[in-house]
Ligand binder design. Structure first.
Ligand SMILES: C[S@@+](CC[C@H](N)C(=O)[O-])C[C@H]1O[C@@H](n2cnc3c(N)ncnc32)[C@H](O)[C@@H]1O
Length: 294
């Protein structure tokens, strides 16, 4: 990452604002919901080994919208089973939003929530310090592996927590998405490896293949309207550009060459299609499902 640039995640307020706008401008959560309702039920049916209590860990849960939908599918597949749900989320604002959402929902009595305001690596430390022996039936990390220093080590740790028939679900942008093209071209200028890894599911599959870890894999088509990014000075366009580049105030702090290069690339046919005056960025996601190490 160019030394004059600051990572967006250093400013949680702006990060959360840009993420919220990204959700509004994209079909991100819609495509996840399609997966959760159409494919996930079969995956969830295979966990638990007939137990009456299931342990779930959500890592980087955000405001919990997607987590609660998955928990609802889990409940439908395993009615009468109680659930212990560990939430691992470093943003106090997001954790608060998740708790508010839980307090407003009925029918969640079968779940006990444990709120861990911490990063994935702090959770790992805490787990090891406490010499926890509890095993998990379902662990998910949705759009969060970018933010850990060592995605391979993080996957190994959480995979080691899986119980018999347990599943670890990872969702990240697909290698075939516009994000993949953006990062292959501008990784060194945009990504700060101390903070953000710019990984796609392609990178994760390569890591798993090299270790001989077996996995299931799904592609989820998704789009993002980035038209506003091309109107100089547009406040929302600047927020979206921050989210796309993961750079705080990208428009104001990037060099003119980098800014021009990124804007040109975002319109490139490998990143976006243009139709009816809109620029639609390829936001395809990939899903990877890993089992307990045997
Ligand atoms: C892109 S959001 C995804 C939120 C949610 N999973 C979703 O898909 O809507 C990434 C989340 O990961 C959290 N996060 C950032 N760094 C993290 C880390 N090191 N460990 C765990 N979570 C982290 C952020 O606070 C944020 O809530």
């Amino acid at each position: 990452m160019a030394s004059s640039l600051t990572s967006l995640v250093n400013d949680d307020g702006r990060y959360q604002k840009s993420f919220q706008l990204f959700l509004e401008r994209s079909s991100e959560h819609q495509c996840m919901q399609d997966f959760i309702h159409n494919k996930l039920p079969d995956i969830l049916a295979s966990i638990g080994n007939g137990k009456s209590h299931l342990n779930v860990i959500g890592v980087g849960s955000g405001a919990g919208d997607i987590d609660l939908e998955m928990l609802s599918e889990l409940h439908q597949k395993h009615p009468g089973v109680t659930v212990d749900n560990e939430v691992v989320e470093p943003s106090s604002q997001q954790l608060h939003n998740y708790r508010v959402s839980v307090s407003q929902k009925k029918d969640l009595d079968y779940i006990t929530f444990t709120w861990n305001k911490m990063t994935a690596s702090e959770f790992e430390e805490h787990w090891k310090e406490k010499k926890m022996t509890k095993k998990a039936d379902f662990i998910h990390m949705i759009q969060m592996l970018y933010y850990v220093k060592d995605p391979a080590a993080t996957i190994s740790f959480f995979q080691s927590l899986l119980d018999k028939n347990g599943k670890l679900l990872i969702i990240l942008v697909s290698g075939e998405s516009g994000w993949g093209k953006l990062w292959r071209t501008y990784r060194h200028q945009l990504c700060n490896p101390d903070i953000s890894q710019c990984v796609t599911t392609e990178d994760i599959k390569n890591i798993l293949d090299s270790k001989g870890v077996r996995y299931q894999n799904y592609e989820l088509p998704s789009q993002m309207d980035i038209t506003e990014c091309f109107t100089e000075g547009d406040e929302k366009g600047e927020l979206l550009l921050d989210f796309l580049t993961e750079v705080l105030n990208f428009s104001k702090t990037a060099s003119p060459e980098l800014k021009a290069g990124v804007l040109k690339l975002l319109r490139h046919p490998e990143c976006s299609v243009e139709s009816n005056g809109k620029v639609i960025f390829n936001n395809n996601l990939g899903v990877i499902v890993i089992e307990q190490l045997t």
